[in-house]
Design a protein around this ligand. Structure first.
Ligand code: CU1
Length: 534
């Protein structure tokens, strides 16, 4: 890759220390860009794997009745889809962005703990193997198959499931270690290695997003690891934490799980709320609107994330007082989120807009994520929730929240920084086609799910009444369109690397999201990404 960047002498000198290409290099690298790239490649690979699994599910749901698979196999597919997308795709891609960009936006030479960084990444591939191996063994008729409890792993199901569950528990332990290490690194880097003069309130929003995220992760992953360890104890060592027959409480698991699971939603969201303003501002030719309001909103969302978890459990048995508390605290989150939406729109408002691919993905993210948020308000209503709980409305809601966030948001960021990463421009025409295919795919997949959900179609069931057949056909077609769009994305990135036209030093008219927000000079090693400011 080095010879492509000879226009950038600082980069070439930097690369000379490394021997790119060999497996040894990638195993031992402590360079934040290398590790960022590995995270991104790993994440996108898992996106394809988790996507392929859910296409199996959608194929089964194309028609009522059981055509392709037995319910047990269906359960494995939906479970692995959830776990893979959250822990295998979304978090690693965000960590990849953090690794690549964080040192640059705060003016640090690298992440603070480079070896820890390497270790954090290399825990991931074995964890992915752990998680999915029972699935592939099951395909070969060896063993009971993968974990099949749904990604929430509710007791008592998790106590009875086959040894795919044990593999999943160990995988979660490893994934947890990996994200804790990554978070330590992010926090230490931001706290200790900012450029001189860059106070917290002058730090780019991108860095704030990752700082809040890292603090969330460090707080929730140990709880989750403890929870799954208790499941392991229940399964093999005679304890009864979650086993009602032994005096345990299955609902206790739900509290532990959602104490991790709800903040996890913001772990997926906050890095993107940090990255999106950079893209919006660049293609609106305006400064980000309401920097301070956005910073405070992100931190408020981070704090509120910890006190709303039981809105996932309105139907699990809870006092009315507790329901009211969790309902109102949940609705409270819509305030800082609305502030963010307002600031995003105000950034774009009356700007000199242009609609290059990253901008399209950022705007698409805002529109679709808006629907995810609004339908979340419906579900947060403790009086209305029992109507929609475990129905497809819920599935459509959180996919409207998570698809725009994790996929479209990270694609906006990836497309935005691709010229800086590769030295090449992407094929703008293909990029825009990619965007419109995604918009078509998301809406075609999930609008029908809102509708069948409102009419009462339950989730996580491989069969359904005839009355839902038409909408499910459309949803399946939409899902396959989305699947194809991911292949197009990979093609666009490869084409950009191989034959994209050389990017100017100042790609996107100089707006790279790396403009300094402080007057002090940048350290020498970040000159390679520093645009000239006139
Ligand atoms: Cu939640």
């Amino acid at each position: 890759m080095a010879h492509d960047m000879t226009h950038d002498s600082a980069h070439a000198a930097h690369d000379a220390h490394y021997h790119h290409g060999g497996i040894r290099h990638w195993l031992q690298t402590t360079n934040h860009k290398d590790i960022g790239i590995m995270y991104l490649i790993f994440g996108i690979t898992m996106l394809l794997m988790g996507g392929a699994m859910i296409l199996g599910v959608r194929a089964e749901l194309f028609m009522p009745g059981l055509q392709l698979m037995q319910p047990e196999f269906f359960n494995q597919l939906i479970t692995l889809h959830g776990l893979i997308m959250v822990f295998g795709f979304a978090m690693p891609v965000a960590t990849g962005l953090a690794n690549y960009m964080l040192p640059m936006v705060i003016g640090a030479p690298d992440m603070a703990l480079p070896r820890l960084n390497n270790w954090g990444f290399w825990i991931l591939p074995p964890a992915a193997v752990m998680l999915t191996l029972p699935f592939f063994l099951g395909l070969a008729n060896i063993g009971p198959g993968a974990v099949d409890t749904g990604w929430t792993m509710y007791a008592p199901l998790s106590l009875q499931s086959g040894w795919g569950m044990d593999f999943a528990i160990f995988a979660i332990h490893m994934l947890g270690i990996s994200s804790i290490l990554g978070s330590i690194n992010v926090i230490v880097t931001i706290v200790n290695m900012r450029a001189p003069g860059m106070t917290f309130m002058k730090m780019p929003l991108f860095a704030h997003g990752f700082l809040v995220t890292a603090i969330l992760l460090i707080s929730i992953m140990p709880v989750f690891a403890g929870g799954v360890t208790m499941v392991l104890m229940d399964r093999h060592f005679g304890t009864h934490f979650f086993n009602a027959a032994g005096g345990g409480d299955p609902v206790l698991w739900q509290h532990i799980f959602w104490f991790m699971g709800h903040p996890e939603v913001y772990v997926l969201l906050l890095p993107i709320t940090g990255a999106i303003p950079h893209v919006l501002s660049a293609f609106s030719r305006k400064e980000t609107y309401g920097y301070k309001a956005q910073v405070y909103s992100m931190w408020t969302i981070g704090a509120l994330a910890f006190v709303v978890w039981a809105h996932h459990m309105f139907t699990s048995g809870m006092s009315v007082n507790a329901q009211m508390y969790f309902m109102y605290s949940t609705m409270l989150i819509s305030l800082p989120l609305a502030v963010l939406f307002f600031c995003w729109i105000a950034t774009v408002w009356r700007g000199a807009l242009s609609f290059e691919t990253p901008m399209l993905f950022a705007l698409g993210f805002i529109i679709l994520f808006g629907w995810g948020g609004l339908t979340g308000l419906v579900l947060a209503d403790a009086a209305a929730d029992p109507q929609y709980h475990n129905a497809y409305f819920m599935v459509a809601h959180f996919h409207y929240a998570l698809y725009p966030t994790t996929v479209m948001g990270s694609m906006a960021a990836i497309y935005y920084w691709l010229p800086k990463w590769t030295g090449h421009m992407l094929d703008e025409k293909l990029g825009r086609i990619h965007f419109w295919i995604v918009m078509l795919g998301v809406n075609l997949t999930f609008i029908p799910q809102f509708l069948v959900g409102l009419s009462g179609m339950p989730r996580r069931i491989p069969d359904y009444p005839l009355m839902f057949a038409e909408w499910n056909k459309l949803s399946t077609i939409g899902a396959f369109i989305l699947g194809l769009s991911h292949l197009l994305f990979i093609y666009i990135v490869l084409k950009c690397i191989r034959e994209g036209k050389k990017s100017e030093d100042r790609s996107w008219e100089g707006a790279t999201g790396l403009e300094w927000t402080v007057p002090s000079p940048a350290p020498y090693h970040t000159f390679e990404v520093q645009p000239k400011i006139n």
